[in-house]
Design a binder for this molecule. Sequence first.
Ligand code: NAG
Ligand code: NAG
Ligand code: NAG
Length: 222
Amino acid sequence: GATVASGEPAYPGYGATEAEPACGVKEEAAVPVPERREEFDGGRILDISHYYREDMPAFESAEGTPGFLRLARSMRNGSDIANFSELRLTAHSGTHVDAPGHVFEHYYDAGFDVDTLDLAVLNGPALLVDVPRDRNITADVMESLHIPKGVRRVLFRTLNTDRKLIWKKEFDSSYVGFMEDGAQWLIDNTDIQLVGVDYLSVGAYDECIPAHLVFLDKRVRV
Ligand SMILES: *[C@@H]1O[C@H](CO)[C@@H](O)[C@H](O)[C@H]1NC(C)=O
Ligand SMILES: *[C@@H]1O[C@H](CO)[C@@H](O)[C@H](O)[C@H]1NC(C)=O
Ligand SMILES: *[C@@H]1O[C@H](CO)[C@@H](O)[C@H](O)[C@H]1NC(C)=O
């Protein structure tokens, strides 16, 4: 059996949900093929997180995420009890959420870690919006999107997806993200509490920290 992607998905990897036998031949597989993603109730809940890979890009790294996983105890090599895998990677790897303590020491000291984030904000319907491909997310761009009042969760699809940046091992600082004024416009003019972007940082590289400070000062989740 093989897991095959049907067609050319907008997001490579997300199409790989249908298990189909290779070349149309049904195989007698003793071990089922694992599915990486699950769809519940006809697709109402989708896990869009990326799975961790050795060549998953990491912020300001050319190396990806090498050696993040090892089998610390293996049944094939001495352990007759179980297999234990060991993960070694930063909490800011791959698909992640920023805690307010990420950029504010007072929040860090007060314990505003990811486990203090509101699950009701983190989960639920989200609006997916395409942003202009020729600019970073500025106040002008935000205004032009006409995101309705009341929308609490927005995923911003950008040029990063077209460029398949998350599939490239080497970090690319030319990714699209929020400029400080775009972040401020969002805070001042929308009801958005959860912001999702399609690369490693919500802030464009040149205004990375200023954009984070605007979002996380009000503890909007990014
Ligand atoms: C344990 O790990 C070995 C590799 O050392 C693998 O072949 C085997 O399938 C694993 N067993 C289980 C129960 O996952
Ligand atoms: C198996 O275990 C031995 C002894 O602990 C170790 O030296 C060896 O590197 C292990 N082999 C693998 C493939 O993990
Ligand atoms: C977005 O900003 C980065 C610098 O932070 C820049 O390299 C990139 O060219 C900009 N992208 C667009 C589409 O203007």
